[in-house]
Design a protein around this ligand. Structure first.
Ligand SMILES: *[C@@H]1O[C@H](CO)[C@@H](O)[C@H](O)[C@H]1NC(C)=O
Ligand SMILES: *[C@@H]1O[C@H](CO)[C@@H](O)[C@H](O)[C@H]1NC(C)=O
Ligand SMILES: *[C@@H]1O[C@H](CO)[C@@H](O)[C@H](O)[C@H]1NC(C)=O
Ligand SMILES: *[C@@H]1O[C@H](CO)[C@@H](O)[C@H](O)[C@H]1NC(C)=O
Length: 472
């Protein structure tokens, strides 16, 4: 793409007419951009969440601190889940828009490892699954297959029109200045030198190169908007419901913001995201919380190993949120809670971090820069009962799964009583939580190809539940 653009810029630069064309394009873009105020990048933080804590506390009423309920099922209603799941397996059809070069960030996952692996797995699994249909008239839902995670990695080939738009929108100031300088030169001095034009073209090229070095958030927003608007104009499906039967999937929070230039998408479409905190406008009945799963796991699943779980509680991580700072401050010297405000590297030789999950009863999962984190699925995998320590969080698959059967769900202000709350749980209660946890492990793992009841099928189930809301 750089080659194409450079070629275009270099070949047109000696022609005065090209200045006028580019200037017109630039002016158009300025007015276009000023209408569309792109929000600066800002990760969701718990601080803003805390500000509205009063309202939320009122809205949520007082939840019982103790999570144990006598019934044994990990599902809210095993019958409803079983019936819905079977129907989903039988009938669910998704149409994947075929547009976009699959060699770039359309259709394909970036990789199936790392923090954002869930996005890659979903893209890969849906593409190869039986849920996919090539007949849009059969489809219950429409998948907009653009991967923000992959886009973030590299710059790929774009159509020239979007390339120019992207370029102008991200390097707007230097380009305008160069254009104005070029126009003044022409107007005042018709006997301009080829040499000057050469210098001018070089400057413009450097702008192009800078703009193409990485796909910034702004670039992504432009690419995503172009893509979705292209689909809206080309196919009749979006307009029927204003996007309510459309969904996109993104694990990286930058992906959530990349779609914000499309208000209908935010308002109407199903957003399957790893950052389901309400301060990024997550809408629980419409959107879907995607679990963040750091695969592959370094060690096998834990389970039926209660005798080895001698540590009461464990957390080690960055203090990158208010709740984490408090957690570390209050409990760092405790002898029963292994709270360390230093991240234990997951990579270090002896797998110290992962092994600690095997030795612990309760793994504390405070919200960080994101409320969601791979720590929750790590805890589930290693058989350590997760203690969700955050307000405003839509737990993955909570339409089907009763999180209180296999996790301890606390509010942030409970951090001061953390130890007494955990100690107040009887051994039987812990055993019950642990047993249930082992039962849900299968729902929080991705496979390729997917297997029944894994994370992919759970996401499909959640999508299936939402397709009933709007039916064309
Ligand atoms: C026009 O360009 C020539 C050569 O670069 C320069 O000598 C002259 O001063 C310029 N005239 C104006 C009005 O800028
Ligand atoms: C959908 O509606 C938009 C806005 O009214 C329109 O521009 C677009 O052409 C429509 N798409 C189709 C396929 O008719
Ligand atoms: C408990 O830990 C010991 C020592 O690490 C190990 O050999 C044993 O298999 C563990 N028990 C269970 C049930 O995992
Ligand atoms: C924990 O121990 C350190 C070092 O002894 C001390 O500086 C710190 O104040 C202690 N923290 C708490 C909460 O007691």
């Amino acid at each position: 793409m750089a080659g194409r653009l450079q070629g275009a810029a270099a070949s047109s630069s000696p022609l005065p007419r090209a200045f006028l064309l580019l200037a017109a394009l630039a002016l158009f873009t300025i007015s276009f951009l000023s209408l569309r105020s792109l929000r600066p990048a800002a990760g969701p933080s718990l601080d803003t969440a805390a500000d509205s804590s009063v309202a939320a506390a009122v809205a949520k009423k007082d939840r019982s601190v103790l999570p144990i309920q006598p019934s044994s099922s990990v599902y809210h209603s095993p019958e409803v889940f079983a019936a819905g799941y079977a129907e989903m397996e039988r009938s669910f059809k998704v149409y994947i828009y075929p547009d976009g070069d699959p060699k770039t960030f359309y259709q394909t996952p970036r990789k199936l490892t790392g923090k954002y692996a869930s996005e890659g797995y979903f893209f890969q699994n849906i593409r190869e699954s039986r849920f996919r249909t090539d007949d849009p008239d059969q489809a219950h839902l429409f998948f907009v297959p653009i991967s923000a995670h992959k886009m973030r990695g590299k710059v790929y080939h774009l159509p020239l029109s979007s390339a120019i738009l992207l370029l102008v929108s991200t390097r707007i100031k230097p380009i305008i200045m160069l254009l104005v300088a070029g126009l003044i030169e022409l107007k005042l001095n018709c006997s301009y030198h080829v040499q000057d034009l050469f210098v001018w073209a070089l400057k413009l090229l450097s702008c192009v190169v800078l703009a193409l070095q990485g796909t910034s958030y702004e670039n992504m927003a432009v690419i995503v908007k172009d893509y979705v608007e292209g689909l809206i104009n080309k196919y009749p499906y979006w307009n029927r419901t204003l996007g309510a039967d459309h969904f996109f999937v993104t694990c990286h929070d930058v992906g959530v913001r990349a779609f914000e230039g499309l208000p209908f998408m935010v308002k109407n479409s199903i957003r399957v995201v790893c950052s389901p905190s309400y301060n990024v406008d997550f809408i629980p009945h419409k959107d879907i919380a995607l679990p963040q799963v750091l695969q592959p796991f370094a060690l096998p699943e834990g389970g039926n190993d209660i005798e080895n779980r001698t540590t009461l509680g464990f957390w080690a991580g960055h203090r990158n949120s208010k709740i984490r700072v408090i957690l570390a401050q209050v409990w760092e010297n405790d002898t029963e809670l292994a709270i360390s405000n230093n991240r234990i590297s997951r990579a270090i030789g002896e797998l110290v971090y992962q092994k600690q999950f095997y030795r612990t009863k309760f793994c504390i999962c405070p919200g960080g820069s994101q409320v969601n984190s791979a720590r929750i699925t790590d805890s589930i995998h290693y058989g350590c009962v997760p203690v969700i320590l955050s307000d405003y969080y839509d737990l993955p698959f909570n339409d089907a799964l009763d999180w209180r059967k296999f996790a301890v769900i606390l509010r942030e202000r409970d951090v001061y009583q953390l130890k007494s709350i955990l100690k107040s749980l009887s051994h039987e209660e812990f055993v019950s939580l642990h047993r249930s946890l082992v039962q849900v492990q299968k729902h929080f793992v991705w496979h390729s190809p997917p297997v029944p009841y894994d994370a992919f099928h759970m996401v499909m189930y959640e999508l299936w539940l939402r397709h009933n809301v709007i039916k064309y």
